[in-house]
Design a protein around this ligand. Structure first.
Ligand SMILES: O=C(O)CCC(=O)C(=O)O
Ligand SMILES: [Fe+2]
Length: 308
């Protein structure tokens, strides 16, 4: 398969299913800056996650809560957000985040650039009726330097955005500008007219690049809540947002899949410097030091088949 390297904006995003080969998903992602994977969650897992989240969401007021929260334009005045999914949802921590289809796709995106990657955060974003469209942005702006560096540099962050309810144009489906990862000038974030809604049925996932312009859509319905789950991943040598090693109890971490343990800081990160680990204890692999069962897995720079 060859990569279409034109700078022409495509008016749409490709749709795959969880049976589509990951290499093909990745090709779509590279060309358009994002790809939709329909039905990545089973109906059972979707229902279980929603049921686990419901009681916590019911207690959460809309709008920013703390001084450290983003501005109201970014957070959303009628938007409820919940972080800390590892403690709130067993189905999230044991199934959604440990899904090899998800992690193989993130490997394809991130490993050409670093030996490992972190889970940046878990962000449940429930957009309520009347919420205005979110300000258009690129997620990599969180690591300021990269936006000045422009398009021709590495992938800093990719965002796996799960629809936990149906995403429609009317209820606030994420808006994206396909192809905006290839723009010359990253100070440009386009206009709302250039965006398309990532409409998708509940249980689907939109994987999009930190370089693509996007934002939550306006919820123009009278009574529909749009529930999404953002789980971004950033390169191993950049700082993540959520302080997971301080949020997840060590006993709980022991129950996680080894691939997931590393995402949240309970395993070392292999790097290219003569086989050295980063995030270790006196040269000992962190998982070993902490008594995590099983082998540290994955994390080879330039996963086979996905080299540039
Ligand atoms: O809620 C959405 O659809 C997008 C949210 C988003 O892009 C963000 O908060 O960074
Ligand atoms: Fe975003």
């Amino acid at each position: 398969m060859t990569v279409d390297d034109t700078r022409v904006t495509r008016p749409t995003l490709a749709r795959c299913t969880r049976d589509t080969p990951v290499a093909e998903m990745y090709e779509h992602y590279r060309r358009d800056g994002g790809v939709i994977v329909e039905g990545i969650l089973s109906p059972e897992d979707l229902a279980a996650i929603n049921a686990e989240i419901d009681p916590h969401m019911a207690l959460r007021a809309p709008g920013p809560r703390r001084s450290a929260d983003a501005s109201v334009e970014f957070h959303g005045a009628q938007t409820r957000r919940l972080r800390d999914l590892f403690n709130l949802s067993p189905t999230f921590r044991d199934r959604l985040i440990a899904d090899p289809v998800l992690l193989d796709l993130v490997d394809a995106i991130m490993l050409p650039w670093a030996g490992s990657y972190w889970l940046t955060s878990t962000d449940l974003i429930q957009i309520g009726p009347g919420n205005k469209a979110q300000v258009l942005h690129r997620d990599q702006e969180a690591w300021e330097y990269f936006s000045d560096a422009g398009a021709d540099q590495l992938e800093v962050v990719c965002n796996a955005f799960y629809a936990l309810t149906d995403f429609t144009d009317a209820n606030g489906a994420t808006r994206v500008i396909p192809g905006s990862h290839r723009w010359e000038d990253y100070s440009e974030t386009g206009t709302p007219e250039m965006t398309i809604p990532a409409e998708m049925p509940a249980g689907s996932m939109l994987m999009f690049s930190g370089k693509i312009v996007h934002g939550g859509g306006a919820n123009r319905t009278a009574d529909e809540e749009r529930r999404g789950l953002a789980i971004p991943f950033n390169l191993g040598w950049l700082m993540p947002m959520d302080a997971h090693p301080f949020m997840i109890d060590r006993a709980l971490a022991k129950t996680l899949h080894p691939r997931v343990q590393r995402l949240v800081g309970f395993r070392s990160h292999p790097v290219g410097l003569y086989g050295t680990n980063m995030w270790h204890v006196d040269y000992q692999e962190l998982g070993e030091y902490l008594g995590m069962d099983g082998e540290a897995v994955g994390g080879t720079r330039g996963a086979p088949g996905f080299a540039e």
